[in-house]
Ligand binder design. Structure first.
Ligand code: ADP
Ligand SMILES: O=P(O)(O)O[C@H]1O[C@H](CO)[C@@H](O[C@H]2O[C@H](CO)[C@@H](O)[C@H](O)[C@H]2O)[C@H](O)[C@H]1O
Length: 471
C-alpha cells in the first residue's frame, strides 16, 4: 500500500503506518452497507490521500482516508480506475466491548503491529474531532473544514453514530446536528451540499440549511466529503409513518397531501434559485435513450425483468412520440431520488426533505442536470406503492388514495397537477421501478417482488386509461 501513497502533508514521513491495512480493508469493505461495488471482487485498495487527525502514539489514533478500490468493471461497463471511498480509521491497543461492532481487524505488520483498527465513527472521541474541526474551520493537510458564519456550533455535544441502513454514514451530535459523511466520493460539486445551500439562500424552510461542510482539495480536484445540518429532533420519516398507518389500517391521505405541498414548495424555490431550461425534441430524445439504456442494462442484470421489457419500452416510446409531435417540458434542479424515507416529519407536523445526493449510482454530471419536476413526483408515487406492497396483505387502494392526495397537494402549491401529464409520469415511474429492481437485487433481494409488482402493472398499463396509471 505504501508505494502508491500520495499523502497530504500531514502524513508522517517515516514509513506509512497504514501500509499493512490493505488486507483488512479488502475483507471489511465489501461487507459494509454503503459499499457500492457489491457483487464484484475487490482486487486491490490503494490510498488516494491519508490525513492524520490524531497521532497513533496516543490512546486513540485517527486517520482520515480516501482510498481507491479496484474492481473489475460491472458487466458491459467501460474500464474504470475504481471508486474512491472515504474512511475514518481509529487505532487503539484494544477495543472496549461497546466498540466491538466497529472492529476492522488486528494489524500484524508495520508500525501499527499489535494494534486494533476500527470504524472510528462509532467512537465519540474521533467524532468530536470532526465537529471541533468544523467549529474552528480547521485546515488539516488537504482537508478543509468550513461552516456557515451565521450559524453557531456549540462544543460539548455528545456524539452517536446513526445505525440506520444508509448509502452513507451519519453522526448525530446531541440531537442538535447531524453530520453526513459521504462514502463513495467523486470530484466536483455535490448536490447534497449545493441544493440545500441554494434553498437556504432562497429562505426555503423545507430543507435543513447546511451548518458546516468538509471538502478535500486534492491535486486539481475538489471533493465534498461531509455536510453538517441541524438535526430535526424527534422526527419520524415518511416511510416509518406510512408503514405504521398501514399496519393500523389507517389512511395516510392528509400526510400525503402535505407531502405534495412540501415537495411543490421545494420545487418552486429551486426553480427560483437555480437555472431552468426547456427540453425540446433533442433533449427528450436523450432522456428516452437514457431510460431505454438503463432498462437494457437492468434486463441483463436481473433476468426476471425480461418478460416485461417490451411493455416497459412502450412507456418510453410514448414519451418519444410526444417529443416528436413537438411537446416540450421545463426542466429545473430537483431532488433526484425522492421517496418517503427522504421526508422527515417534525413532532409539530412540518415536513422537511433531505438527502439531495440524487441516485448514488448515477454520474455526478447527470445528477446535477435540470430535469422535469415529475421525476421527483414519480419517485414519491412509487414510494406510496412500495409501502402498500410491502404490507401484508398488499393495499393497492391505500396507495391509490395517497398518490391522488399527493398530486392534489402538489397542485395546490405549484398550480399544476402532475396527473395532467400521464405520459411523462408513466415514463418516470417506469424508469424508477426499473432502477428499484436493480437496487433491490443488489442490496435487498428479499424485496425484489415489490418493484417487480409495479413493473408488471407499468408494462401493461396504457396512460390513456386514467384509473390504471394516474394516481
Ligand atoms: N436533518 C436531519 N434531522 C434528523 N434526521 C436526519 C436528518 N438528516 C438525515 N436524517 C436521518 O438520517 C438518515 C440518513 O440520511 P440521508 O441523508 O438519507 O443519508 P443516506 O444518503 O446515507 O441515505 C435519514 O433517513 C434520517 O433518518
Ligand atoms: O435513501 P437512499 O439514498 O439510500 O436511497 C436508496 O435506498 C432506498 C431504500 O432505502 C431506495 O428506496 C426504495 O425503497 C424505499 C423503502 O425502503 C421506498 O420508499 C422507495 O420508494 C424505493 O425506491 C432508493 O430507491 C435507493 O436509491
Amino acid at each position: 500500500m505504501a508505494e502508491t501513497v500520495t499523502p497530504f502533508n500531514t502524513t508522517p514521513s517515516s514509513g506509512h503506518p497504514l501500509a499493512s491495512l490493505e488486507p483488512l480493508l479488502r475483507e471489511w469493505l465489501p461487507r459494509q452497507r454503503w459499499f457500492a461495488g457489491k457483487g464484484r471482487p475487490v482486487t486491490g485498495i490503494t490510498p488516494v490521500a491519508v490525513t492524520e487527525l490524531l497521532p497513533p502514539d496516543g490512546r486513540i489514533g485517527l486517520y482520515h482516508l480516501l482510498v481507491r478500490v479496484h474492481q473489475p468493471p460491472a458487466l458491459g461497463a467501460p474500464a474504470h480506475p475504481g471508486d474512491c471511498y472515504q474512511l475514518l480509521i481509529g487505532v487503539r491497543e484494544a477495543l472496549p466491548p461497546r466498540l466491538a461492532p466497529a472492529l476492522i481487524g488486528h494489524v500484524t505488520e508495520g508500525p501499527l503491529a499489535g494494534r486494533t483498527v476500527y470504524e472510528a465513527l462509532y467512537d465519540p472521541r474521533p467524532a468530536d474531532v470532526l465537529l471541533e474541526a468544523l467549529r474552528t474551520q480547521a485546515r488539516i493537510g488537504g482537508l478543509r473544514f468550513d461552516r456557515d458564519p451565521g450559524q453557531e456550533i456549540r462544543d460539548g455535544l455528545v456524539a452517536r453514530v446513526m445505525t440506520a441502513e444508509q448509502s452513507n454514514s451519519s453522526i448525530v451530535y446531541g440531537d442538535t446536528f447531524i453530520l453526513k459523511l459521504l462514502r463513495r466520493v467523486v470530484p466536483g460539486v455535490n448536490p447534497d451540499l449545493e441544493i440545500p445551500l441554494a434553498l437556504a439562500r432562497e429562505g426555503c424552510a423545507r430543507v435543513p440549511a447546511p451548518t458546516g461542510w468538509l471538502h478535500a482539495e486534492l491535486d486539481d480536484d475538489s471533493y465534498v466529503l461531509a455536510v453538517l445540518q441541524p438535526f430535526v429532533s424527534g422526527a419520524s420519516d415518511g416511510w416509518e409513518l406510512a408503514l405504521r398507518e398501514l399496519a393500523k389500517g389507517e389512511d395516510f391521505v392528509a400526510e400525503a397531501r402535505s407531502l405534495g405541498r412540501a415537495t411543490a414548495e421545494v420545487h418552486t424555490a429551486l426553480a427560483r434559485a437555480l437555472p431552468t431550461v426547456t427540453l425540446g425534441q433533442a433533449q427528450l430524445g436523450l432522456l428516452v435513450d437514457g431510460m431505454t439504456e438503463r432498462l437494457e442494462a437492468a434486463v441483463q442484470a436481473v433476468p426476471a425483468l425480461r418478460p416485461y421489457e417490451p411493455g416497459l419500452r412502450s412507456a418510453f416510446r410514448a414519451l418519444a412520440d410526444l417529443a416528436e409531435e413537438g411537446r416540450t417540458w421545463t426542466a429545473q434542479r430537483v431532488h433526484g431520488d425522492l421517496h418517503l424515507g427522504q421526508c422527515l416529519r417534525s413532532p409539530s407536523g412540518a415536513w422537511s426533505l433531505i438527502d439531495f445526493e440524487g441516485e448514488p449510482a448515477r454520474p455526478l454530471a447527470e445528477r446535477r442536470m435540470p430535469q422535469p419536476v415529475l421525476r421527483d413526483v414519480a419517485g414519491m408515487l412509487r414510494s406510496f406503492d412500495y409501502a402498500a406492497h410491502s404490507a401484508s396483505p398488499p393495499a393497492p387502494e391505500w396507495a391509490h388514495r395517497c398518490r391522488s392526495a399527493f398530486c392534489a397537494g402538489y397542485a395546490e402549491v405549484a398550480g399544476r397537477d402532475p396527473r395532467t401529464d400521464p405520459v411523462l409520469l408513466r415514463a418516470y415511474e417506469t424508469d424508477k421501478a426499473v432502477y428499484e429492481v436493480v437496487y433491490e437485487a443488489r442490496h435487498r433481494p428479499d424485496w425484489l417482488g415489490v418493484p417487480l409488482s409495479a413493473v408488471r402493472r407499468l408494462a401493461t398499463s396504457d396512460p390513456t386509461l386514467a384509473r390504471e396509471t394516474s394516481p
